[in-house]
Write a protein that binds this ligand. Structure first.
Ligand code: NAD
Length: 356
């Protein structure tokens, strides 16, 4: 049992953290999850789950107490391009607090390894103006010109990890995710990312229907399925590497292409209605995995069609069950003899918002 560790996953109520807890439990580790909320769609597999606001130092000390070996610090105020371009002040303040308090509490409590979840949003924007994107190497983050707000705070938190390693010998790992998708991820409410938003819109659309696409849809990205993300995270934590590493696929696709793949999976003909004023982010972004391969001798390989098929199935089943319970509620609220307007039902529970 000596390979079994005590692990803390912060952000365990979120998409990647929830899946990571399950994977670590399958590997036999003892796992504590911490988040400001419980997972939304499924119960956590964690041995302990603590609801804590990790912007506060005392809560970070609580979360990291009790002989924890490794911390996966995934907690963050984040969302898709619509959310991160609209909330620079909230996102920056919340995440700077979480990351600074979590790394210091981890150091004080003698954590052996600390992994920080950074993002491809740290890359210099001038290197992402072409849809035929040259894959980004880790050094392309400098000279610094990241995404406003979210990209800047991620880049600074990477620096913080470096300083803790240099000054205290504190063992840090830095992972730059490129768009992660899969079942049990946010798919509505404004924080969803492109693959989930497209799956939801197509699940709601009729055959031969139309969906809105932000921009001209020719912007490009690469997308990594959640199972690849978990494998990469565990391998990077186990490596001896302290500098940032990309974790993503290098399979580039346009947003229009993404729509076509999901429409094919759904078996629907879908027209794209482009909204030029919708937020689009950078024009093209891809991951160069040379350093990742050299470091952990592995890279993500699950094909987009395969990952999107299971993601679409999950989102379509959610949309379908919401639709049928909305129908039931509408029927129940307009009984014979009741001349009032049927009440509109809202089936999805309201998402908790961070106090600012
Ligand atoms: P997510 O939003 O599903 O999960 C983040 C979790 O952090 C949420 O459950 C949220 O409640 C929690 N959180 C926010 N504020 C908190 C606070 N004050 N205290 C405690 N918990 C708090 O996001 P995700 O997709 O699972 O992302 C996990 C990490 O990976 C984040 O750091 C994110 O920035 C990074 N990342 C993700 C992607 C992606 O494509 N999903 C891409 C780049 C980077």
């Amino acid at each position: 049992m000596e390979n079994k560790k005590r692990v803390l996953v912060s952000g365990a109520g979120g998409f990647i953290g929830h899946h990571l807890v399950r994977r670590l439990k399958e590997e036999g580790h003892w796992v504590r999850g911490a988040d400001i909320k419980y997972p939304e769609y499924d119960a956590s597999a964690a041995d302990e789950f603590e609801v804590l606001d990790l912007r506060k130092a005392e809560n970070c000390l609580l979360a990291t107490r009790g002989g924890i070996d490794e911390v996966y610090n995934l907690a963050a105020d984040m969302g898709g391009i619509g959310y991160i371009t609209a909330s620079h002040a909230d996102i920056s303040r919340n995440n700077i607090l979480i990351n600074a308090q979590m790394i210091e509490a981890s150091r004080q409590n003698g954590i052996k390894r600390f992994l920080f979840s950074s993002s491809a949003c740290v890359y210099n924007q001038s290197k992402q103006r072409d849809p035929d994107a040259r894959p980004l190497r880790e050094e392309d983050a400098y000279p610094a010109d990241p995404e406003p707000g979210y990209g800047w705070e991620k880049l600074f938190a990477e620096e913080l990890c470096r300083y803790y390693y240099q000054d205290f010998g504190f063992e840090t790992r830095i992972v730059r995710f490129h768009n992660v998708y899969g079942p049990l991820g946010t798919y509505d409410g404004g924080k969803e990312k492109a693959p989930a938003a497209i799956c939801r819109k197509i699940a709601l659309a009729k055959d031969d229907g139309e969906i809105e696409v932000w921009g001209d849809g020719e912007q490009t990205r690469s997308f990594m399925y959640i199972d690849d993300c978990l494998e990469g995270l565990i391998r990077i934590m186990g490596s001896q590497y302290h500098e940032p590493l990309n974790l993503g696929t290098d399979e580039l696709v346009t947003i229009n292409g993404l729509v076509d793949i999901v429409a094919g999976i759904a078996g629907k003909r879908i027209r794209r209605q482009h909204n030029p004023s919708g937020p689009q982010g950078v024009r093209g972004r891809n991951s160069d995995n040379t350093r990742l391969r050299a470091t952990i001798n592995w890279e993500p390989s699950i094909a987009l069609e395969q990952g999107l098929a299971s993601t679409y199935r999950w989102i379509a089943s959610r949309v379908e069950s919401e639709r049928s319970s909305a129908d039931t509620t509408a029927t129940l609220t307009s009984q014979p003899g009741d001349n009032s307007e049927p009440k509109k039902s809202r089936v999805v529970a309201a998402k908790p918002r961070l106090a600012s």
